[in-house]
Design a protein around this ligand. Structure first.
Ligand code: ZN
Length: 467
């Protein structure tokens, strides 16, 4: 295609053959085109390929507004923002319009007046798709003025009448005209605002200070809600509920593999460290497993959920503790290990709500989840029967000491002395670097402990494994 100079007036736009379409038609057309070309439609959305994504695509092909139902930390915001990729790269709007008027069919009075006066010479702007997305978290203190609009006292002072459309200061939704508007936690929106939203979506008019103004906005509305709030009687007005053509239920990652993939993608990255960092798969799996167990724990409030953000935060925490160790001990490689796990209290406790009120139970609950997680992951990698030789070494008072601040080299002696340990380690790592061996050693010993084959005692910051 020959790249022509972009039209700058309505006249030029007309002769370019441009034909405006509604936002829903535009998204539908682009989606179908992407499916046809086998393009990845929502990059970075993991684990939704067979569940959320096809439902969302159907809604877009149907031209339905969408509400996502799900607990916190289920990528609802991410997927809503990803919808922007279904918009054209840019669209023409009448220059200076507050509500992105379509050059061929303006709805605001200012633009209708301009068009009547200037005709084909009316100037246009090209609006990039990133600027066609608006979002708002529903909170009880949002006013109709924020979402829909209000009379602008300055414009009134300039001589506009209250009943005059020109006296309006438009709110967020009209300003997202010809784009995507997203409301997070819709049931928290006050009822009169829900009515206002419904009028806008269905009757295509807005009411400001008793004046009813016709405003046929062109918007794709997407909302999110916690499923319990949504089904709760009275939290959301029925006509608005009916207005959403598609309800899509989101969910937490179904597998440990998906959870780990999200952790990898979302973990904060820093550049410029001169310390190499490496996290063994079993450590990532343990972090993901803690979260998965948390989602089934009766001690944790499941209504507020156990977010993927806990996995991400815990992953960052154990990596950071391994970096802190490497820096402190002057080691070159940072490898998280079991003795780093107690530090996840800091990144877990703040993100879960317990059933009941006993704060003191929190550390016990997290401790139990961690132990169980280690056991589950360990038992996926090892058969206890294969480790009997190793366990047999721990007779006659033999013990092994570890700690999160012990040098990796100190672990190497054990590997040489303890029959069967080197073999067990080789099943989970190819690396011969001391830091990786230290981590694997702790995993094997802790795995035997949680399976009741070794005892574990703590003394002066050290952990001692013995029989
Ligand atoms: Zn306008």
């Amino acid at each position: 295609m020959v790249k022509r100079r972009k039209a700058r007036t309505i006249g030029e736009l007309k002769s370019s053959g441009y034909r405006p379409v509604s936002v829903k038609e535009e998204m539908r057309r682009n989606l179908i085109d992407m499916i046809k070309k086998k393009k990845e439609i929502f990059p970075g959305i993991i684990g939704y390929d067979d569940t959320v994504t096809p439902q969302l695509e159907n809604a877009i092909i149907s031209g339905q507004d969408v509400i996502f139902l799900g607990e916190r930390g289920q990528a609802k915001s991410r997927i809503m923002r990803a919808l922007v990729c279904l918009l054209d790269e840019e669209i023409p709007v009448i220059k200076g319009c507050e509500i992105n008027d379509n050059p061929f069919a303006p709805i605001c009075k200012r633009c209708r007046d301009t068009l009547a006066e200037e005709g084909d010479a009316t100037e246009i702007n090209w609006l990039p798709r990133e600027e066609r997305y608006g979002e708002k978290l529903a909170t009880p203190d949002i006013a109709i003025a924020d979402l829909v609009g209000d009379v602008d006292p300055i414009k009134v002072a300039e001589g506009k009448y209250l009943s005059d459309e020109l006296a309006i200061h438009y709110g967020l939704i009209p300003r997202t005209n010809r784009g995507i508007f997203c409301i997070n936690e819709l049931p928290d929106l006050a009822e009169r605002l829900q009515v206002g939203l419904f009028n806008l979506m269905e009757e295509r008019d807005i009411q400001i200070r008793g004046y009813r103004i016709r405003l046929p906005l062109d918007i794709f509305i997407v909302a999110s809600a916690n499923p319990e709030d949504y089904t709760n009687r009275g939290r959301i007005i029925t006509p608005l509920k009916d207005r959403f053509g598609a309800q899509v239920r989101t969910h937490y990652p179904a597998t440990i593999k998906d959870e780990v993939a999200i952790m990898e993608m979302e973990k904060r990255q820093f550049s410029g460290d001169d310390i190499e960092s490496y996290t063994p798969e079993y450590m990532k799996e343990i972090v993901a497993e803690i979260t998965h167990l948390g989602r089934r724990s009766p001690d944790i409030n499941q209504r507020s959920g156990v977010s993927v953000r806990i996995s991400i935060g815990n992953y960052e925490t154990i990596v950071s503790n391994s970096i802190r160790r490497a820096v402190t001990l002057g080691e070159k490689l940072a490898v998280p290990r079991i003795s780093d796990l107690p530090y996840v209290y800091a990144s877990t406790g703040s993100k879960i709500e317990l059933e009941g009120f006993e704060e003191t139970r929190e550390s016990k609950i997290i401790d139990d989840l961690t132990k169980k997680a280690v056991q589950n992951v360990f038992n996926r990698h090892y058969k206890l029967a294969d480790l009997e030789i190793l366990v047999d070494q721990f007779t006659e008072g033999f013990s092994v000491e570890v700690s999160d601040m012990m040098k990796a080299k100190s672990y190497i002696r054990n590997v040489k002395e303890v029959l069967g340990l080197a073999e067990a380690i080789s099943m989970i790592t190819d690396s011969e670097r001391p830091e990786a061996i230290a981590s694997a050693t702790e995993f094997v010993l802790e795995g035997l402990h949680v399976n009741k084959r070794l005892n574990k005692t703590k003394s002066e910051g050290k952990i001692i494994y013995r029989r």
